[in-house]
Design a protein around this ligand. Structure first.
Ligand code: FMN
Length: 173
């Protein structure tokens, strides 16, 4: 798929099959994430790639609790890439958001469906989220959760894009 086709046809997918994302594909998606531009090239973000079912399910429950729902906010996706970024970098939210974009677009280019799932900030301020980071030797006070990029194979057809709004682009030529 060429770059324009990838960017114009990626959609948020909200139904997934159980099949895991192959490791070699996951590695490529992760690599694309690490090549996102960052303020002053400081690479403030980190990515925590979760394919372990118990951890994925625990995070899903925590996310649902924050949302005040009891559904699976990860829509059955078998892989969850959590992007966090160092709070001491003034551009950390922008940096992490660009990583999220790279992850979703790379996934689509490689035939994997994705969606940005919110509430990572609140999740990693809670004891359960902090414990996941501590288990990886990451200081939970140093990082802010930016988003989850859920990944998997779409269960059903992918949605169509909404028409782009009028007045999205202003040109000064
Ligand atoms: C910052 C951000 C947070 C989002 N949070 C969620 C979410 O929690 N759950 C969800 O289903 N989709 C979430 N989305 C996906 C958007 O709803 C989706 O991108 C939007 O509807 C446009 O659809 P498209 O991605 O297919 O173009 C989020 C997207 C962004 C950029």
């Amino acid at each position: 798929m060429d770059v324009m086709e990838t960017l114009l046809t990626r959609r948020s997918v909200r139904a997934y099959r159980d099949d895991p994302v192959p490791d070699e594909v996951l590695d490529k998606i992760l690599e694309a994430g690490t090549y996102a531009p960052t303020g002053m090239g400081e690479q403030s973000p980190i990515i925590v790639a979760i394919t372990d079912r118990a951890t994925r399910d625990a995070l899903s429950r925590l996310n649902a609790e924050i949302m005040g729902a009891d559904s699976d906010p990860f829509y059955g996706a078998p892989a969850v890439l959590v992007v966090l970024a160092r709070k001491d970098r003034p551009t950390h939210v922008y940096d992490g958001s660009l990583v999220m974009g790279n992850l979703m677009n790379a996934a689509h280019g490689l035939g994997i469906a994705s969606c940005w799932i919110h509430r990572a900030k609140e999740e990693f301020e809670r004891p359960e989220g902090r414990a996941i980071l501590e288990g990886l030797g990451i200081d939970p006070d140093a990082y802010e959760g930016i988003g989850h990029c859920i990944l998997g194979y779409a269960d059903g057809p992918e949605p169509a894009a909404k028409p782009r709004k009028e007045g999205y682009v202003y040109r000064i030529a």
